[in-house]
Design a protein. Sequence first.
Length: 538
Amino acid sequence: MSTTKYIFVTGGVSSSLGKGIIAASLAKLLQARGYRVTIQKLDPYINVDPGTLNPYEHGECYVTDDGAETDLDLGHYERFLNVKTSQANNVTTGRIYQSVIEKERRGEFLGKTVQVIPHITNEIKERIQLLGKTGDYDIIITEIGGTVGDIESLPYIESVRQLKWEMGDDNALVIHLTLVPYLSAAGELKTKPTQHSVKTLMESGIRADILVCRTEHELSSDLRKKLALFCNVNREAVIQSIDASTIYDVPNMMLEEGLDTVTLDKLKLTDAKAPNLDRWNQFLERHKNPKSQVQIGLIGKYVELQDSYKSILESFIHAGAENEVKVIVKSIHSEYIDENNIAEKLAGLDGILVAPGFGERGIEGKVAAVRYARENNLPFFGICLGMQMAVIEYSRNVLGIKDANSLEMDANTSNPVINLMEAQKNITDKGGTMRLGSWRCDLLDGSKVREIYGTKSIDERHRHRYEYNDVYRDQLESSGMKATGINPETGLVEIIEIPTHPWFVGVQYHPEYKSTVANPHPLFIGFVKAASRYASEK
Ligand code: GLN
């Protein structure tokens, strides 16, 4: 195939309809038919990236191998496709303007007035086509964040209009995702919001080629006909996306609706293979037919918003399926636990995961949870801040260093067992300045992680400023907390374990970013297995 084909996904009527899942599902189907596919997301907000956003605002910040702090939809793309994303896969308005303004300062537009059209739109168009130029992909799906009609998404919509005109209908198509609400008082599904949304898109010069309609009830054939007629699309291009019990069902639902065949047809792609979803369906089969169950406590401070720990929750789904176990994740707010109520809060659990995070709030609850898990042989998994809390807890309660702390929580502690990294000391900017992205880590022979990964050396993704303080390493190791993963370049301790405990592992990196349906993460698999063992021995 010579020309890269472009698919644009826009959203109408309401936000949170799941554009990311539809984009990822279509990508999965096209991949299953033999095409090389990637997905990118354009976000209309002005932050340069979501790294500076509170998880309550925007859910989890997902991190790529090359250290981009991105929208959580990129996590779905990787989990569905098992293909890595990068800086180029997520662009925000902030980044677009930053780049245009830098060019203006360098004098690249000398003599010209710099304007939204053409300068901002040209920059957007360039970014959209960046991945296409690598030659690595046959099809690129671009998700436009926001809802059509929003003031801030206008330059993106205009860029899509221009690209579609330039590329032609055989090389670019627009999928519009809308909502068909059910009015219970009338007992009817309503098409009007969709009609209006398609019209709004049309006012910007874009005709939707395919409509994907989110709905709680089946769309009748008459209703589909009506939508096709009033929205100017072919009858078979009206695709129903009914609520699913799991996002992992959506690719098969889209296959049944023919979203892949309409897409291939419109893009004149005639060399598609029959879709091979064997691995995917194997996973679904296991996910839906667990033989037993475990209860895992997720100890964090952003637990009110499920999206804050998206990748962790999805990793449990992958690892659960692998173990044929249903993993029930119970969210526990770290701010409301302490030494007095900990036994009650963690009662009935088969393992705890102490979550990543920033700042002081809820810290002591996390330390109490670690202590309980350590003393009661309850499987413990600490990620990033969770690992740091394990080091603090051990220093305080086993080494007897009562004021052991992280410099992040107490800048004046005389025992900073978690220290600010050397490279971070002179950094004042907050955005994009943490230790980010993929780093190598060597695993100690004979350790639990060495056995779990089955390899000597790993690469995992990071997002933090603080680190294990090597000054305390001898003391920690000789009293039983081993450093079992070391960065070969810097000597930084990336993994700690307590070998006398059935399963006590803390990692400075984020394994959850690399778990996919095709490749569930070994640490999550190992942790769920340990929790199952704990459950069966109770
Ligand atoms: N706040 C801690 C640090 O910066 C941990 C970060 C995290 O959990 N991602 O080191």
